[in-house]
Design a protein around this ligand. Structure first.
Ligand SMILES: *Cc1c(COP(=O)(O)O)cnc(C)c1O
Length: 350
């Protein structure tokens, strides 16, 4: 086996409801940044209609899906690559652009998958630390990156990165990825940079805003040249036929998802205010569908799990000092149950 595969840490997917030893309680999953609401009626219908054709391969060019995405983001089809979730595209970017020992710069704290796929290329990794992920472009550019990974809104800190900062990094990096898996929750995007910079790659996902994490659909927006490279590297039939049909239907019902988004954004602000009231919790302001919280007390993840509530333990993540959890904004009643469980914890261990 390759040495790098032996030493690499596997991606931590967090806890799933079936991992908890709880039988009588409905588990609340606030650990994976999933959308807590049902798919639109159009999406349900598209999924069922796809059933009769699942013996067929999906169209390998994914033209209809790209046309729908093109209309949604206002980028030409030739500038769109698709993949099995944004995750696959992170791998494709590394395979397309990174040679052995190339410098890959990953400001931290951020998403862990960038490092995994960059390491698998035998790249030289740099992890500049920025307090609260406030990236300083000059410090990134000083590292003379072949490829820089920026996440906006950032997982796990929740803040966005200014377009000007991305432009500056694009001016001093061979290539820049802007991972916008949560862009719709922030209302901010670097998509238009793709027109002006042929070295900027914007990654998007259907998993969060469109609530299709189980279907596995993502896309990259970039210069025609890069898109052609990414498409060569990805699996020929990476996105299943039902996934294609549901993703297209989701874009058609974007109004439905915008209403859900507005609800989640309001509930996020409400949850933030409630978390802030605990003197042992320090929530970070967020522009995504989750909140990072610094926790001045031990064992919170386990205590919540024993009450049937899953949050993501991000303690030990590179660039985070002390205990931290990342909490997905759920439905109002789920957020309420979380706050109740935290209140009980406040009383018992104060
Ligand atoms: C969830 C997430 C993704 C990937 O999602 P897919 O389900 O693979 O589309 C990518 N980047 C970040 C930062 C994420 O949080």
């Amino acid at each position: 086996m390759r040495e790098v595969v032996k030493i690499i840490n596997p991606y931590d997917p967090g806890l799933f409801p079936e991992d908890l030893p709880i039988k009588d309680l409905k588990v609340i999953q606030l650990g994976s940044n999933e959308n807590p609401y049902d798919p639109s009626d159009e999406v349900k219908k598209a999924y069922l209609e796809a059933l009769k054709d699942i013996r067929l391969y999906p169209h390998a060019g994914y033209i209809k899906l790209k046309e729908a995405i093109s209309e949604y983001v206002g980028v030409e089809v030739k500038n769109i690559a698709v993949g099995c979730g944004a995750s696959e595209l992170i791998n494709c970017v590394c395979q397309t652009l990174v040679e052995e020992l190339d410098r890959v710069v990953i400001p931290v704290p951020s998403y862990t998958l960038y490092a995994i796929y960059a390491m698998l290329r035998n790249a030289t990794l740099h992890f500049p630390f920025f307090e609260n992920y406030k990236i300083k472009a000059d410090e990134v550019v000083d590292l003379r990156p072949k490829l820089t990974f920026i996440c906006s809104p950032n997982n796990p800190t929740g803040n966005t990165i200014d377009k000007r900062v991305v432009e500056e990094i694009a001016g001093g990096s061979d290539y820049v990825v802007v991972d916008e898996a949560y862009a719709e929750f922030s209302g901010k995007s670097c998509v238009d940079l793709v027109q002006d910079f042929d070295n900027v790659i914007v990654l998007r996902s259907f998993s969060k805003f469109f609530g299709l994490a189980g279907m596995r659909v993502g896309y990259a927006l970039a210069s025609k040249n890069i898109v052609e490279g990414l498409e060569k590297v990805r699996l020929p039939f990476a996105i299943s036929y039902p996934a294609v049909r549901t993703a297209i239907a989701a874009i058609k019902s974007v109004k439905y998802y915008e209403k859900i988004r507005d609800r989640i954004v309001r509930d996020r602000e409400d949850l933030f205010r409630k978390l802030k009231k605990f003197d042992w919790l320090e929530p970070y302001p967020s522009e995504a569908n989750f909140i990072l919280v610094k926790v001045h007390r031990d064992g919170i993840v386990e205590k919540l799990a024993s009450r049937g509530i899953i949050v993501r333990n991000v303690t030990g993540l590179m660039g985070l000092e002390g205990e931290h959890v990342r909490i997905t904004v759920g439905k109002p009643e789920e957020n309420e149950r979380l706050i109740e469980a935290l209140s009980v914890n406040s009383k018992t261990s104060a």
